[in-house]
Design a protein around this ligand. Structure first.
Ligand code: NDP
Length: 290
């Protein structure tokens, strides 16, 4: 029986994910590095903004920080409650999940890597996909809490498996984004109407999430709303490439995808949306995708 839950890291994702918890649980602690955001969350959603030391006394502790290194640094030195479950929704590194699992086991705490997909709109609507690695019994116990913000919630394997699935997913997003940028600059160079072309492609075999949502909602209308920062996508492609290299696989497309995302990220403001990676292609070709 889950009596209390906590959410640590109220960023673009965490703020919205944590908003669902008070609908299901009486005691919901929130903590954020910039504490004013936690206080704002408490006022807006009826959560309790508390010190980190108190937040981690909850039965289920969620975290959603930029990187695994941030989570590892945060966990160090914390005294946790035996029997609790730490559910890390960061898009993290599989090796870090295994280290954290080991470290938290010493305090009698189960660690699950549980990254999410579905962007800020999915967080807001409580329709995220959650891919979970780690102890199967812990997964079953934490499931009711994850259901507060998740729609498809899968246990995909042992510790680190969730992070691996997320990294590969985001690599596929990056590769599709690059392919769409190249394809659509080519069409524009040949005088094709991009909106009409998009309708055709979305009813054809070359469609992807990028053509179905990202192109129309973020790129063609030149809005590039910042909901998922480009450096975070570049981080994820790096994790996916490291995984492939660890397994000594030949992955030329993944290597290229990572190089392109890293280059686009280096060329952009760090607060750019992931979709603005196409601007690198636009600067090479002098063609605007609109
Ligand atoms: P944001 O940058 O919006 O938020 C990051 C949060 O982490 C903030 O609350 C920030 O606190 C906190 N934080 C940053 N560094 C530290 C630290 N060293 N110690 C403690 N707290 C810290 O990121 P997102 O919410 O967009 O992303 C979070 C995770 O979710 C990432 O791993 C990302 O890849 C993943 N993700 C993001 C999606 C999206 O669409 N945005 C979709 C799916 C996954 P402060 O307010 O003080 O800065």
């Amino acid at each position: 029986m889950i009596q209390s839950v906590a959410f640590i890291g109220l960023g673009a994702m965490g703020y919205r994910m944590a908003a669902h918890l008070p609908k299901h649980f009486e005691t919901v602690y929130v903590w954020n590095r910039t504490f004013a955001k936690a206080e704002e969350h408490a006022v807006e959603y009826g959560t309790q903004a508390v010190a980190l030391e108190q937040a981690v006394q909850a039965d289920i502790i969620f975290s959603c920080l930029p990187t695994s290194a941030d989570v590892e640094a945060l966990v160090q030195g914390l005294s946790l409650k035996a029997g609790s479950i730490w559910v890390d929704c960061t898009s993290g590194v599989p090796d870090a999940a295994r280290h954290l699992e080991e470290a938290l086991t010493e305090q009698g705490v189960i660690f699950l890597d549980a990254p999410v997909s579905g962007q800020t709109i999915g967080a807001e609507n409580g329709t995220l996909t959650v891919m979970v690695g780690g102890n199967a019994e812990g997964f079953e116990k934490a499931l009711p809490a994850m259901q507060a913000f998740g729609k498809l919630i899968k246990h995909v394997g042992t510790s680190g498996a969730g992070f691996a699935v997320k990294a590969v997913n985001n690599m596929l997003l990056a590769v599709n984004l690059c392919a769409a940028a190249e394809g659509f600059t080519t069409l524009k160079a040949h005088g094709v109407d991009l909106n009409e072309a998009l309708d055709c492609i979305n009813a054809s075999s070359g469609k992807s999430n990028v053509t179905e949502t990202v192109l129309r909602q973020r790129i063609l209308n030149r809005s590039f709303p910042v909901t998922f920062a480009l450096p975070l996508l570049a981080k994820d492609t790096g994790i996916a490439l490291d995984l492939a290299r660890d397994a000594k696989l030949a992955v030329p497309l993944l290597a290229l995808g990572q190089s392109l995302m890293q280059a686009a990220s280096n060329l952009s403001d760090k607060n750019s949306d992931f979709s603005s990676a196409v601007k690198m292609y636009e600067s090479w070709s002098n063609i605007t995708i609109e």
